[in-house]
Design a protein around this ligand. Structure first.
Ligand code: MRU
Length: 350
């Protein structure tokens, strides 16, 4: 993509405003950590790796704001800010992962003069951003092997450069397959209710010149029955230790269809999306968002006033519906508990 998703500057975090794409390309400036929280909650920035990197920079901005405070008070106030950042959205584990990584840098450098501590935090946030792009490219190269020449590929939500710091996860796999010369065509789920597929994935695919067809979410079954879908690849917001995967609402339904039509169904995500503390997907907290996302369209009602609404932003796909989890450490297949343990940071193979 020719635009940067985010720019981690010394005095602010510049985020491409994902609420406005594709109509406008505008940057949102978060000059303090509260504005980073706003940006995450309101989905100026969204996608698990992107919110992880944004929150990491939020930690730096919080420390910058509080830098005049003395010793214990500085630490206490910063702890509060980190809590608030961590609570901005509940499902994507990358958010907590990014904050924890920054917290380690913070605690091991607390003795430094404030300016030096701030520099350490800024470079740690920038490391997270730089590594994210490298990881995605690696993941894409590894994952593209699951996409056959000439394949019809179905994907859901946006998992490209916008959802990360650059390149993308599931869309990174698709991008790598295209770069490898495979003549693929992509079916893009529109992804109700926030339309990340229609607004963002279709936008990125068009930018990259990858042949893509936009469909409403409920068209997926028809395409599968007609034999037009050879493989499905989607991203993840949190993967439990047993491989159960939370991703954008509608992913679980696709996985059930994939089983019915015997179509390979893959998850693509960095290791930072795996929550090794969780035994199964039942423990994953699923965010419920504002009913107005369903009852209203551009501020106008499209449903009767007062109707009951259920609007979960994510669902959990059970591990048994997943053909493989593509990570930067390789493609993990069942049994997932063993496979994921092998790539755990600090584990056997690390
Ligand atoms: O609500 P969103 O748009 O933040 O949800 C994003 C997704 O579900 C993505 O599929 C996931 O974060 C992976 S992004 C590389």
């Amino acid at each position: 993509m020719k635009w940067d998703t985010m720019l981690l500057e010394e005095n602010c975090l510049k985020l491409i405003d994902q609420r406005k794409i594709p109509q406008q390309i505008e940057y949102f400036r978060a000059e303090n950590y509260q504005q980073v929280i706003f940006a995450i909650k309101e989905m100026v920035v969204r996608g698990a790796p992107a919110i992880g990197a944004a929150a990491a920079h939020g930690v730096y901005l919080a420390a910058r704001e509080l830098r005049e405070l003395e010793g214990d008070i500085f630490v206490k106030e910063l702890e509060k800010a980190l809590q608030e950042l961590g609570n901005s959205r509940p499902t994507a584990v990358n958010l907590i992962w990014g904050i924890r990584r920054m917290k380690k840098v913070l605690t091991s450098n607390l003795d430094l003069p404030r300016d030096e501590l701030l520099q350490k935090l800024l470079s740690a946030a920038r490391d997270i951003a730089r590594e994210d792009v490298e990881i995605n490219k690696k993941l894409g190269d590894i994952g593209q092997e699951i996409i056959p020449q000439g394949a019809g590929v179905l994907t859901h939500c946006n998992t490209g450069a916008l959802a990360t710091v650059g390149y993308g996860t599931a869309l990174g796999v698709i991008r790598a397959a295209h770069s490898a010369g495979k003549e693929i065509s992509v079916f893009v789920d529109e992804t109700r209710p926030r339309l990340q597929g229609a607004r963002l994935n279709a936008f990125e695919l068009k930018e990259e010149g990858i042949p893509a067809t936009l469909i409403v979410d409920s068209t997926a079954a028809v395409l599968m029955r007609e034999g037009k879908v050879d493989v499905i690849v989607v991203g993840a917001d949190r993967i439990a230790g047993n491989g159960d995967t939370a991703n954008k609402i509608g992913t679980f339904m696709l996985s059930v269809l994939a089983r019915a039509f015997e179509i390979p169904f893959y998850i693509a995500a960095p290791v930072s999306t795996i929550d090794f503390d969780l035994k199964s997907g039942q423990e994953i907290e699923i965010e419920e968002r504002d009913p107005a996302e369903i009852t209203h369209w551009e501020g106008k009602p499209i449903a009767p006033e007062g109707v009951d609404v259920f609007n979960p932003a994510f669902d959990v796909t059970p591990a048994q519906n997943i053909s493989g989890i593509i990570t930067e450490k390789g493609i993990i297949r069942a049994p997932y508990t063993e496979g994921l343990t092998r790539i755990k940071p600090g584990g056997d193979s690390n």
